[in-house]
Structures are given as structure tokens and as C-alpha cells.
Design a protein around this ligand. Structure first.
Ligand code: G6P
Length: 374
């Protein structure tokens, strides 16, 4: 087992370190570095006409994969202006969803074997939607059921808490977006974002590496979080699903009660729980809502809670507000790309908090890597 871990203390740590490779592998052969060449993903089995015709997308997934679906919603709606639903697999088929013929149901699943995700795909098929899958396992049930597949190339993931598979899913979502962008009418500003995303995705492998290289600071903060019974994560726009993912990671491996919240919802309930020293990880990587996040951090500080910021390098206001020692950075690129290194920051917080508590990080109690029953 020691050999399998490649010298790392846990599979989770090893898999986090494989994330730059996941990015590169998932892009390889699909996104030509020469931006004049088209992006082609033949396994998806969709034609340019299908892309022009599609009217709505519904992402279905569970757990961490669901958070990749929420990221997809923000990105597809903001850039492609296609309406998007996101559902957790266990809810989708029981809420009598309405689907039409120019709609796609897109399952996201690392294992490709999650029962609720499979059942959601069946529901989509029954209603005549096109069913696609973003999955990490070739030949899995999800892959076989789908009309077209986009494989993430994270390789086998052993730790129950998903890390590199999540990064692969985000890259997969962006790949699908870039592919579709070629055949949809986009505003000039959206075209610019697509160009940046296409070029920047390759560089995000390096951005993730940078976060891993500076993990000592994250570790010091995480070790202090480990002393607390509770922690909150807040964010807006694409940082909102990351706040949820950060809380999920922390609770599943450290057993610290953690909640991830849209930052604007704080004042509708969660503020009542903030008191001296309660850790609140505030993600502020999204430029469009940066000012709003600064106000939310002020609300947190006003309750004497402990606010930890995650911001792009070069940030001044948050750093001044929270103090250098409470700020974690990611390389600065654009809002969509920030999601990747920011996801790694919250993974590291969870990992080092769980490690400080001596938890069974790779095999947390009561949880399974793949949930094949309803
Ligand atoms: C389990 C795992 C999670 C995973 C979820 C969905 O709960 O512990 O890490 O996110 O299932 O799994 P999938 O294989 O469908 O992505």
C-alpha cells in the first residue's frame, strides 16, 4: 500500500498532487494548442446542428459531482446563455421534471455507477431527452447508458473524498462548453471569455501546482480550524458551489460540522451562529461580486468571528481587512479559471484539518466511494 501511495501519507494527498496531470490529460488531443483549430470530442456523439438546436440542459449528479454541475450552471448560463437546471440524482426523478425534445440531460459521475444518477438518466431517456455523461470510468453503467460520453481522465481515484475527479469534472464541463461555443451565437464579450478559457485551461495545471506548493500556509490555518467544532464556507457566483464543496470535504473527512452557503444568505439565518472565533472561509475569487464579498466579510468580522479569505494573488482589500495571516491566495487568471485552484485550496483545508485530528482520511466512517444502491 505504501508503494501505491507513491510516498504520500494518504491516497487523498497523492490524488490532490495528481490534479495538474488530470487537467492536462483531460485536455490532451481535444483542445489543440493552436486556437485556430477546432475542438473535437467525437465520443460525445453530437453534431453542430444538435448544439444549435438545444434549448436547455439539465445536469444530474450526486455529492461532489453535483457541485461540478452547479459550476456548469453558472458557466453555461453566463457564457452560452443557455438555460440550465441542476439536480441531485436522488431528487430529480421524484420531482416530476419537465423535459422536452430539444433538451439534454447530462450526468456527471466519477464512478459511473451511482444509483441515483443512473436512475436520473433513465428518467431523461423516458422523456425523450438526449442523455449525455461526463464520467471517469470507461465502460461504466453511466457511460453505457448515455447517448454520448465525455471521459474525464483523472485515473483511478482511491480516497473516498473526491479530489482529482472533481477537477476532471470541472475541466470536462468547460470542454463541453468550449465545444458548444463553436456553434452558438455569442456576444463579443462572451467570445472573449471563451478565448481566455480555451487558452487558460492549459495554464490552470500550473495554477493548481502553485497552490499545492504553498500548502504550508493552508495547513497552518487548517490546523487551527481543526480545534473548532464548526466551520462555515461562503461565496458568491461560482464560489458558491465551491463553498459547498469545501464544507462537504471538511465534514466528510474531519467530522467537523461544516456548512457551505451563498454569502448573501448569511443574514437570513447563519449569522445567528457566528460568535467569537467561529471560522468562516470566505471565497472571493469572482470579480463580478468581489465588492459584495468584502461586505460579507465585514459582517462576519463584526460578530468577532474568524474570517479566512481565499483571493487571487495581488488582492489588497481583503488582505487589509483580514490580515495577511488569514488570507490564502490562488494565481490570478479569470473568474472561470479561478474555480480550479480555489477548489484545491478548500481540499487542502479539509485534508490538513482531518490530518491534525488523526482521522481515517482515505476511508471516513459511514461513507463509500461509490453508492450503488438508492
Ligand atoms: C459518494 C462519494 C463522493 C461522490 C459521490 C458521487 O458519495 O463518496 O465522493 O462525489 O458518491 O459519486 P460519483 O461516482 O457518481 O461521482
Amino acid at each position: 500500500e505504501v508503494a501505491q501511495k507513491g510516498g504520500y501519507e494518504h491516497f487523498m494527498l497523492k490524488e490532490m498532487h495528481e490534479q495538474p496531470q488530470t487537467v492536462t490529460d483531460t485536455l490532451l488531443g481535444r483542445v489543440p494548442e493552436d486556437s485556430r483549430l477546432p475542438i473535437e470530442i467525437p465520443e460525445l456523439n453530437i453534431t453542430p446542428d444538435d448544439v444549435r438546436r438545444v434549448e436547455r440542459l439539465t445536469f444530474v449528479a450526486c455529492g461532489t459531482a453535483y457541485h461540478a454541475g452547479v459550476i456548469a450552471k453558472y458557466a453555461f448560463e453566463q457564457i452560452l446563455r443557455i438555460p440550465v437546471n441542476v439536480d441531485v440524482g436522488s431528487e430529480f426523478r421524484y420531482r416530476q421534471p419537465i423535459l422536452g425534445k430539444n433538451e439534454w440531460v447530462i450526468a456527471i459521475s466519477q464512478s459511473g455507477e451511482t444509483a441515483d444518477t443512473i436512475a436520473s438518466m433513465r428518467e431523461g431517456k423516458e422523456q425523450g431527452a438526449r442523455v449525455l455523461a461526463i464520467t471517469n470510468v470507461v465502460g461504466s453503467s453511466v457511460a453505457r447508458l448515455a447517448d454520448g460520453v465525455l471521459y474525464t481522465r483523472a485515473g483511478p481515484e482511491v480516497a473516498v473524498a473526491s479530489t482529482k475527479a472533481f477537477i476532471g469534472q470541472i475541466v470536462g464541463v468547460y470542454l463541453l462548453l468550449l465545444y458548444m461555443a463553436q456553434y452558438r451565437h455569442l456576444s463579443p464579450s462572451a467570445q472573449q471569455v471563451v478565448r481566455e478559457l480555451r487558452q487558460g485551461l492549459w495554464r490552470s495545471a500550473r495554477d493548481i501546482e502553485r497552490v499545492l506548493e504553498t500548502a504550508d500556509k493552508t495547513r497552518a490555518i487548517a490546523e487551527r480550524i481543526a480545534e473548532k467544532p464548526v466551520a462555515f464556507f461562503i461565496g458568491r457566483n461560482m464560489d458558491e458551489p465551491l463553498a459547498r464543496e469545501g464544507a462537504l470535504k471538511l465534514k466528510e473527512i474531519s467530522y467537523i460540522h461544516a456548512q457551505g452557503y451563498p454569502a448573501g444568505e448569511l443574514k437570513h439565518g447563519t449569522l445567528a451562529l457566528l460568535e467569537s472565533g467561529v471560522p468562516v472561509v470566505a471565497l472571493a475569487t469572482q470579480s463580478s461580486v468581489y465588492d459584495k464579498m468584502v461586505s460579507n466579510m465585514q459582517e462576519v468580522l463584526a460578530r468577532d468571528a474568524w474570517c479566512i479569505g481565499i483571493v487571487p494573488e495581488g488582492d489588497e482589500r481583503v488582505t487589509q481587512l483580514l490580515g495577511e495571516e488569514n488570507v490564502l491566495t490562488i494565481p490570478r487568471s479569470n473568474d472561470y479559471l479561478h474555480v480550479l485552484p480555489a477548489a484545491v485550496q478548500v481540499q487542502l483545508i479539509a485534508y490538513y484539518a482531518a490530518r491534525a485530528l488523526g482521522r481515517d482520511i482515505d476511508q471516513p466512517r459511514n461513507l463509500a466511494k461509490s453508492v450503488t444502491v438508492e
